[in-house]
Write a protein of this length. Structure first.
Lengths: 252, 414
């Protein structure tokens, strides 16, 4: 899919991967709406990205809304479309770990479990429900879910988060099965040097973690090749070059 | 006809098919719509999303009013708006107390930091204003901040005949993409994702226009008499191409909602359909010549409405009156969440369709925004496509169509 001039909505955009991806998309000439809960961080991020706008295109706007709140959904999608037109690419990056340090599943309060599902699973469901209809009429569009290794492997203390990500992967697969040729993928971005990672594993050696900016470039590669990747697939960002090469070999 | 009092599932919505060429009326379910169409037909939807056009605000003296956005004049900031007296969703607009008199420079304050300044008044009524929207204490607020404030403060326009307050979730069509409409283009309620997929499976195209469907009434006789106000619309090149393709294949063009008819016929006003962006004050009626649309899906409208007038561009007043009686007899319900009619006219003949560069048609009332307008370019030379006429029974709107003789024949098949 082309990125230039495309209207893109990125949630969880004020920090980490969401912010790095927004920046990378704007640099490629996309019209990006960044969504995050925290107004101040978002404002800073938008201002900094806007300072580096490419001369020949690219736009960036910030909308402070909570994607885990049903009442926010039409407010943020409506305002986003008013700013950049119908959304062609959605990136579900907003995510919560729940309480940190992360408790065992048995020690997780019911309300905390529900909140994790509300932000990581029900939020993306609602947003896609609102944004994918026009994509179906148009016959094109792309929805990316940020997944995690914890969606596939069960780790102690990652229960609520892992469950939400596993379900989100399946959300992407099911939407893909129903709405093809609109594209849906879940992407495991790998371990990155972000605030979320520090919250989850404060003792991790930061030097061993990927930079969000580098992972954002891999996501751009996925977006550019969205039409040739199998719809609904769960992709591992660091393996995208190999995945695309294999795809090319199969095609020839 | 009694109004529908709440949003209803599509399974409950009925469809009256008014087959103009055969002067026939039948009753189906809204779910049956795809089965009434044929491979090669084209369904055109209005992808306008519904704005939170109703904003509760206070004057500087503390009086509570409702400000109802009528049309954007420039993006988020400049709007034409109607001023209504205090009242909630249970209070009909005609039952509201008169709003306080306002003047240039008056300021209203709404939820959050949204402020609404009066910058102009219309001759038609003292209650029809031009207003400037902004944020208190933030002279240089961004467009994103103003839109976010409008969405935070506003709610969709409410209806006293509906039993519950409506949220934005209740008033969006499944394909809604561009927030231009101040009231829901409600015919689209008959289309679900399932419908879209079913149409595609049957080889029936789906294309889109955008039309800023306007307010129905605000309870001020002078303002209401001026409705429908000129409305912004856009017909994309890809839609003109889809219509040209449908014509070439002998397919029919089915508009989902009267707003789609208004947009498409406005884009073909000079005799040739071209990609167009602009503002239309077109009112269709019995004497109008249709150039693009063969049939329209609409709500069931009473005979004193402009929608009813528009339907006479498709079938005779006599057949329409008979259809309305059949709908009433069958217990159809009206208004936004009511049952639907598919009014099928004689096929459009000799339509001229010209894909290519977009032209702009801006009427005397220039209303623009929310998105930025692009520049006008001259149109290319038109090419005429001869529309294949319908002849055989198989190409009719409803093969089993017949004129109902007795009341018990006018019933849903289910």
């Amino acid at each position: 899919m082309k990125i230039r001039n495309e209207a893109v909505l990125v949630t969880g955009a004020s920090r980490g991967l969401g912010r790095a991806l927004s920046q990378a998309l704007v640099k490629e000439g996309a019209r990006v709406v960044m969504v995050a809960r925290g107004e101040r961080d978002l404002e800073t991020a938008v201002r900094e990205i806007r300072a580096e706008l490419p001369r020949d295109g690219g736009q960036v706007h910030g909308l402070a809304f909570d994607v885990g709140d049903k009442e926010s959904v039409h407010k943020l999608t409506g305002a986003a479309a008013a700013l950049v037109g119908p959304i062609g690419i959605v990136v579900h990056d907003a995510s919560t770990l729940g309480p940190v340090p992360m408790p065992l599943l048995m020690d997780t309060a019911c309300e905390d479990f529900e909140r994790v599902l509300a932000v990581n699973l029900v939020g993306p469901f609602r947003l896609t429900k609102v944004l994918a209809g026009p994509m179906v009429v148009k016959g094109r569009g792309l929805v990316l879910h940020m997944s995690s290794d914890a969606a596939v492997n069960a780790y102690t203390r990652w229960g609520a988060y892992g469950v939400s990500k596993a379900a989100q992967d399946h959300l992407a697969r099911t939407f893909a099965a129903e709405l093809d040729p609109v594209r849906f993928f879940s992407v495991d971005p790998g371990e990155m040097d972000t605030k979320m990672h520090a919250d989850a594993l404060p003792e991790a050696e930061r030097a061993t973690l990927a930079r969000p900016g580098a992972v954002a470039q891999l996501l751009l590669e996925i977006i550019r090749n969205a039409d040739s990747l199998p719809n609904g697939a769960r992709l591992v960002a660091s393996e995208i070059a190999t995945t695309l090469a294999v795809k090319k070999t199969e095609a020839s | 006809m009694s109004p529908a009092t709440e949003p209803r599932p599509l399974e409950a919505v009925r469809l009256l098919v008014v087959d103009g060429p055969r002067a026939a009326i039948i009753i189906r379910r809204a779910l049956d719509l795809p089965s009434l169409l044929h491979t090669g037909d084209l369904v055109v939807v209005n992808d306008a999303a519904t704005l939170p056009a109703s904003i509760v605000a206070h004057t500087t003296r503390g009086a509570r009013v409702e400000i109802r956005l009528v049309a954007s004049r420039d993006g988020a900031r400049l709007w034409t708006a109607a001023l209504l007296g205090d009242g909630d969703w249970r209070t009909g607009t005609e039952d509201r107390p008169a709003p306080p008199s306002v003047d240039f420079g008056d300021r209203f304050r709404a939820h959050g930091r949204l402020v609404i300044d009066v910058v102009g008044r219309h001759a038609v009524s003292r209650r029809l204003l031009d207003v400037s929207l902004g944020l208190e204490g933030r002279e240089h607020a961004s467009d994103a901040e103003v839109w976010a404030a409008i969405y935070a403060a506003g709610r969709p326009v409410q209806y006293a005949h509906v039993s519950l307050p409506l949220a934005l979730w209740d008033v969006q069509n499944v394909y809604a993409a561009r927030p231009w409409a101040v009231e829901m283009p409600s015919a689209g309620r008959a289309i679900t994702t399932e419908t879209l997929l079913e149409l595609r499976k049957r080889g029936i195209g789906v294309a889109r226009v955008t039309e800023a469907a306007g307010l129905s009434a605000v309870g001020d006789a002078a303002i209401d008499a001026s409705f429908p106000v000129p409305e912004r619309f856009e017909v994309l090149d890809e839609t003109v191409r889809a219509i040209a393709e449908a014509r070439r294949r002998g397919g029919r063009v089915i508009a989902i909602g009267t707003s789609v008819v208004r947009a498409l016929e406005s884009a073909a006003r000079d005799g040739t359909l071209r990609p167009t962006e602009g503002v239309t004050d077109m009112r269709l009626g019995a004497s109008s010549k249709r150039r693009v649309v063969d049939a329209v899906l609409s709500g069931v409208h009473e005979s004193d409405t402009t929608h009813y007038g528009l339907l006479q561009a498709f079938v005779s007043e006599e057949l329409l009156a008979r259809s309305l009686r059949a709908a009433v007899d069958a217990g159809f319900v009206g208004h936004e969440f009511g049952d639907t009619v598919l009014v099928c006219g004689d096929p459009v003949e000799d339509a001229r369709v010209t894909p290519g560069e977009k032209v702009e048609k801006l009427g005397p009332h220039v209303l623009v925004g929310p998105e930025t307008r692009r520049s006008a370019r001259p149109a290319t030379q038109p090419v005429a496509f001869r529309h294949r006429a319908w002849g055989s029974d198989a190409s009719g709107w409803a093969s089993s169509a017949r004129v109902p003789q007795r009341r018990d024949e006018v019933r849903p098949r289910s």
